[in-house]
Design a protein around this ligand. Structure first.
Ligand SMILES: [Zn+2]
Length: 313
C-alpha cells in the first residue's frame, strides 16, 4: 500500500505545493521512519545532554565545573583547588620559553616497529594523528628568562609518554647539545615508563641518556629534572631521577612501580600519600615542589643561582 503521498492544495485557484523538505524515494512503497538517536536514561547520558561537550571540564579533585577557556588560560590548573590537569608538551613550552626563541631539534624523528609488535604501528599512527606529535617528547634549545637552555618536554598523550628509541635518542642528542653549548639541561617528565613494544631497545635508552647526563655533569653544567604526573618506570629509573635538582609539580605521582604492584608484592599497607610529590619531598627524593603557574619564575630563579656559581670558561 502506498501510504506516502503529497497533496497539491488549491486555494482560490492557485496551486499550493506542500512544503515537503525531503521527498521520499520514488521506489518507496511504505513509510519509513528515520531512526532517531536514543535519548539515554542513564545518569551519564543525561549529564552529556545538559552540558555541551567541549565547553566544560569537571575537576577530578574538587568536582567544580570549569569553563574550558578558563582552564586553558590557567595552564590546565583548576582555578578552584589548584589541581594540575595534564598539559600538552607544546603548551608547556609556550608557557616557559621566551617568544620565538625555541628552536626544535629532531622534529621529524619517528619510531620504527623493529620487533613487529602486535598493533604497535597502528597505535603510533593513532597517537600521531591525535596529538600532532611524532613521538612522546619535544626537544629543543630556547631561552627561559636570560638563560639559554636545552629543554625536553614529554607528552603523556603519546603512548603514555613511554620511552622508546626515539624518546631516548632525542633526549640524548639534546643533552649532548647542552654539553657542547655549555647550557643547562631541563627535562620535564611525564611517563608510564619504558615502551614495552620496543623491548630491549627501549631499556637501552636508560643507560644512553644517563651516560649523556654524566658527560654533561663532568662539565659542571646544571641539570634540572622537573617531574610531573605521572613519572614512573624506566624514565624514573634513569634520567628523571638524576637531576642536580629534582623538582616536581604538586600532587604528581612519582615512582618506579605503581602503588598497586608494590602493595601486592610487599603485602604491606602503604602510608597515606605514598608516591605523591609531597610525600617524596618529605622523604628526600624531591628537592622542591613547583606549581605549574610558578614554573617559569622559579626555574629562572634556580638557573640564576646555578649561573652565579658557573666556572669561567
Ligand atoms: Zn578543582
Amino acid at each position: 500500500m502506498d501510504t506516502t503521498s503529497f497533496i497539491k492544495k488549491t486555494i482560490d485557484g492557485v496551486v499550493q505545493v506542500e512544503p515537503a523538505l525531503t521527498p521520499p524515494p520514488k521506489s518507496a512503497t511504505t513509510t519509513s521512519f528515520i531512526k532517531k538517536n536514543k535519548v539515554g536514561s542513564g545518569k551519564t547520558r543525561a549529564k552529556k545532554r545538559d552540558i555541551p561537550e567541549g565547553l566544560w571540564t569537571k575537576c577530578q579533585a574538587c568536582e567544580a565545573m570549569i569553563f574550558d577557556k578558563e582552564l586553558d588560560e590557567n595552564l590546565q590548573v583548576c582555578p578552584k583547588c589548584a589541581h594540575h590537569f595534564p598539559i600538552a608538551s607544546r603548551e608547556r613550552i609556550h608557557a616557559l620559553v621566551e617568544t620565538c626563541t625555541f628552536e626544535e631539534m629532531d622534529a621529524e624523528m619517528v619510531s620504527v616497529d623493529v620487533l613487529k609488535f602486535a598493533s604497535y604501528k597502528s597505535k603510533l599512527d593513532r597517537d600521531k594523528k591525535a596529538t600532532m606529535l611524532k613521538d612522546a617528547v619535544v626537544t629543543g634549545i630556547g631561552k627561559i628568562g636570560a638563560h639559554q637552555v636545552a629543554l625536553g618536554v614529554m607528552d603523556f598523550r603519546f603512548m603514555g609518554g613511554s620511552m622508546g628509541a626515539v624518546v631516548g635518542e632525542k633526549l640524548t642528542r639534546l643533552i649532548e647539545r647542552g654539553t657542547e653549548g655549555h647550557w643547562p639541561v631541563i627535562i620535564i617528565s611525564t611517563s608510564g615508563g619504558a615502551r614495552m613494544q620496543e623491548g630491549v631497545f627501549s631499556l637501552m635508552q636508560m643507560a644512553k641518556t644517563s651516560a649523556a647526563l654524566a658527560y654533561h655533569a663532568q662539565q659542571r653544567l646544571p641539570y634540572i629534572s622537573y617531574l610531573t604526573n605521572n613519572s614512573y618506570g624506566g624514565v624514573m629509573a634513569s634520567y628523571a631521577a638524576l637531576g642536580d635538582l629534582n623538582v616536581a609539580e604538586p600532587g604528581a605521582m612519582i615512582g618506579f612501580a605503581g602503588p598497586r604492584v608494590i602493595k601486592d608484592t610487599t603485602h604491606a599497607d602503604l602510608p597515606p600519600g605514598f608516591q605523591t610529590a609531597e610525600f617524596l619531598l618529605e622523604h628526600g627524593l624531591i628537592d622542591t615542589i613547583i606549581p605549574r603557574k610558578e614554573a617559569k619564575e622559579q626555574l629562572i630563579r634556580l638557573l640564576d643561582y646555578f649561573a652565579a656559581g658557573k666556572p669561567k670558561l
